[in-house]
Design a protein. Structure first.
Length: 319
């Protein structure tokens, strides 16, 4: 590449077992490299190996300290905010005024090579700022500072989608599911934040269609309380009378009233959107809604009734 002053050259790789630690590059400027020069470069590579291993060991020890600290935060093993702040300063990390915990769930266990790719993406990201991260088999867990970030929920949602698309586009890694916690300032709530992020992943697994595009725990809405509601329904052995009547009618007449009702509620009672999703005419949908109201004895203008039906449909589907 003479136009940029880069002439003939040789690269000697520096290895530890099967891992490349680095390279020595030598340019041919005033003379052509001879056999004795190549031997000298090989000796230099062998000598440099120990130096690179020392650098790598120091880096690994630093990473280990970060990892240990982060797991202590995620499992509430530090007794006070003062102790946590002291540890932040020891590791030369500025404690955030606000933070979230974000988790990415991979479909397969994260490999060493994928970990390098993840580290590169995190380092090159402008916002948000990642203070700590760890990889636990199938999961990437991030501790994110929200200092000086406007509209943090939007920025976090954007990053969730960007990370997933970049991992697929650049590295061919697909089927990553993402979620992040509420926003906190109390460091004693880091474990709570971690559990919230895991809750988002759990709900996405149970209801992949309904909350596919929801990444924030705050945005889960009623799904935050799903486990509590499910436990109560099981304990009380409750059965929604209206849904029971609609199911019986569907079985008897081979109709789709329950599916129609669910889609109507999914679309926030918007007739046009629901008809489009069901691939039927609005007149057909209006007729079905009339039958639903009659058979199930439902007032589809009553918000309380519609909310109860929506919840029971989701609980019924999961059960």
């Amino acid at each position: 590449m003479d136009d940029i002053g880069l002439g003939d050259r040789v690269a000697v790789s520096i290895w530890k077992n099967v891992e490349v630690l680095g390279f020595i590059w030598a340019l041919e400027v005033d003379k052509t490299l001879q056999e004795e020069d190549l031997i000298l470069l090989k000796r230099a590579a062998a000598a440099t190996k120990n130096k690179l291993l020392q650098v790598q060991n120091r880096k690994n020890k630093k990473e280990e300290r970060y990892q240990e600290f982060f797991w202590k935060l995620l499992t509430s093993h530090l007794p006070s905010n003062e102790e946590i702040i002291s540890q932040f300063h020891t590791l030369q990390i500025t404690p955030p005024s606000q933070y979230v915990v974000m988790v990415f769930q991979f479909s397969q266990e994260i490999t060493r090579e994928e970990e390098k790719q993840i580290a590169y993406l995190l380092k090159t990201s402008q916002q948000p700022k990642f203070l700590l991260y760890t990889i636990d088999h199938f999961q990437l867990v991030l501790f994110i500072s929200l200092n000086q970030i406007d509209q943090p929920i939007k920025k976090l949602n954007d990053f969730c989608e960007l990370f997933v698309s970049k991992m697929e586009e650049r590295f061919g890694i697909e089927s990553i599911v993402q979620g992040f916690s509420g926003i906190y300032s109390d460091y004693q709530k880091i474990e709570k934040a971690y559990q919230e992020a895991l809750s988002v992943l759990s709900m996405k697994e149970k209801f992949p269609a309904e909350i596919k595009n929801i990444h924030s725990y705050q945005s889960l809405g009623i799904y935050q309380y799903f486990d509590v509601l499910l436990e109560k329904r099981l304990k009380d052995k409750y059965e929604n009378y209206s849904l029971k009547k609609l199911h019986e009618y569907d079985q008897k007449c081979n109709s789709e009233l329950v599916e129609t009702l669910e889609e109507f509620l999914n679309k926030d009672s918007n007739v046009n959107d629901a008809a489009k999703a069901l691939n039927i005419h609005t007149n057909t949908l209006n007729y079905r809604l009339k039958r639903i109201a009659e058979i199930g004895e439902i007032n589809l203008k009553d918000v309380n009734q519609k909310l109860t039906l929506y919840l029971d449909l989701k609980l019924e589907k999961f059960l």
